[in-house]
Ligand binder design. Structure first.
Ligand code: ADP
Length: 462
């Protein structure tokens, strides 16, 4: 028993350790958001810069091409094109058939026909052509601009530039350090932001009395209300339980004290032999009261267990009414009270637990007899109506004063304690009735007039 309880405790501990924290979750999401934001922003920036860089280089190459082509007609020889070339700017002159006529870098005899080059083909076709080719070496792009000259030859300017990726590649260690710094800053920021979000939630737990003032986020109000209600319910249950325990102790103590008192007197020889049977009878009555009380307490505690709907079956309420009347017939005769069962109360079924429904009916009829007068009547009816099926117990007894009517279903509440005890009451009969009605989702209606009688209806939904 102890081992299994310890295992359960470890299980709970392990489970709570495995449960993710809200702080950890928000932290992780903030970080993810930061990393994704950094990644996409960098990618977008690289794209935008790359496009504008590309445009600018194209423009520059075209400008050189326009300037050289403007100067070309005035050059004494084609070889004079060399003066416009530089380390970055390479000039090539190509004939209409694709043969290279001049090249500022390299030997033209080694060069193949250029007709297939896209910029040359475009220039021949439309007067001007552009292209960009990445060289075998990573990070170097060559921009070409070709224009058709008045003599039919093609002038091509080319320019080699390191592209943006090369620029990033060279700045790679700095980029890594920067990324680490940004990541570190994100971790710190995420940590503080998360704490700022979560802290009010943690402090909310201790201040659930003032709602919604102490709830930091509107979304939490329903949850906080639910928790508050549960807390109130728990406290109320705790109060009822404590009250019940105190009442039970008191109720058990009274008959036990009497039994002990009678026994003591008999032991001390204070009882005359002819009175012995009288005293034994008193002890038996008190013991009977104890047994009845313990029986009712057991029934009530069993009803505190959760309801299992699979035990429900169709129960003949009419038969239960007749059986209870038969069982209490003798007691009715002793009290001079007639029990009548409505003849229409035949074979009317409700969904429920037979033993509980019998107990409910028994308690109601038993009360109707005990709080009655000689010559009185008890009528049991089972009625099938639009609202459901009603079990009705009507008596012509002493009735219940209006100020007590709302409390008689409480445990140990009695209008007249001495009458209840005299007739063998435990003060728990109607509390059991209420519990059974709740189990069966039934409603109880009480109509009572002092000195005229009482009628209790228990209506089961259809
Ligand atoms: P008890 O064991 O004392 O009868 P119950 O829980 O059955 O306890 O009933 C609570 C109290 O309600 C009774 O003590 C009695 O005062 C009152 N009561 C219950 N039923 C009737 C009734 N049919 N007529 C008058 N009073 C009743």
């Amino acid at each position: 028993m102890i081992i299994s309880r310890q295992c359960a405790m470890w299980g709970t501990k392990l489970k709570s350790e495995q449960t993710p924290t809200i702080e950890g979750k928000i932290n992780a999401r903030f970080l993810l958001l930061g990393v994704v934001a950094i990644f996409f922003t960098s990618a977008l920036l690289i794209l935008v810069f790359h496009r504008s860089f590309d445009k600018q280089v194209k423009k520059d190459v075209q400008l050189v091409c326009t300037q050289v082509s403007a100067a070309y007609p005035y050059l004494p020889t084609q070889n004079h094109l060399q003066q416009f070339a530089s380390e970055d700017v390479r000039i090539t002159l190509i004939a209409q058939n694709g043969a290279v006529l001049f090249e500022s870098m390299g030997d033209i005899s080694q060069m193949d026909n250029h007709l297939q080059r896209p910029e040359i083909a475009d220039a021949i076709k439309s007067g001007q052509g552009h292209s960009r080719r990445s060289s075998g070496t990573m990070g170097i792009d060559t921009y070409y601009c070709a224009t058709k000259l008045p003599d039919g030859n093609i002038l091509r300017i080319s320019c080699q530039v390191s592209n943006l990726f090369a620029a990033y590649y060279s700045a790679y260690p700095a980029v890594i350090i920067l990324l680490c710094l940004v990541l570190f800053a994100s971790v710190i920021l995420a940590f503080f932001l998360t704490r700022q979000i979560v802290r009010p939630m943690s402090s909310m737990a201790g201040h659930l009395d003032d709602l919604p003032e102490n709830v930091p986020y509107r979304e939490l109000i329903p949850f906080a209300k639910e928790v508050q209600q549960q807390q109130k319910k728990r406290l109320e249950n705790e109060r009822i339980r404590q009250e019940f325990t105190a009442n039970v102790s008191h109720e058990l103590k009274t008959p036990l004290t009497s039994i002990s008192g009678y026994a003591e007197m008999m032991e001390a020889g204070m009882v005359q032999p002819q009175d012995l049977s009288l005293f034994a009878g008193k002890i038996r009555t008190e013991a009977g009261r104890l047994i009845a009380l313990i029986g009712d307490i057991i029934k009530l505690s069993q009803m505190d267990e959760p309801v299992d709907n699979s035990d429900f079956a169709q129960v003949n309420l009419g038969k239960i009414a007749t059986d209870v009347a038969d069982l209490l017939l003798l007691q009715g005769q002793k009290l001079g009270v007639t029990i009548l069962v409505d003849p229409c109360a035949q074979d009317i079924f409700v969904l429920g637990i037979e033993t509980e429904l019998f107990e409910l009916c028994y308690n109601l009829v038993d009360n109707a007899l005990r709080y009655n007068r000689p010559g009185g009547k008890v009528e049991i009816g089972v009625l099938a109506g639009d609202c459901g099926i009603t079990l009705r117990v009507h008596d012509t007894g002493i009735g219940i004063p209006p100020q007590h009517q709302s409390r008689i279903f409480e445990r140990f509440y009695r209008v007249d304690k001495s009458r209840s005890k005299q007739t063998g009451g435990t003060g728990l009969g109607l509390a059991i009735v209420k519990h059974i009605a709740i189990h069966h989702d039934a409603t109880i209606t009480l109509v009572s007039m002092q000195n005229e009688g009482t009628q209790i209806d228990v209506t089961f939904k259809k």
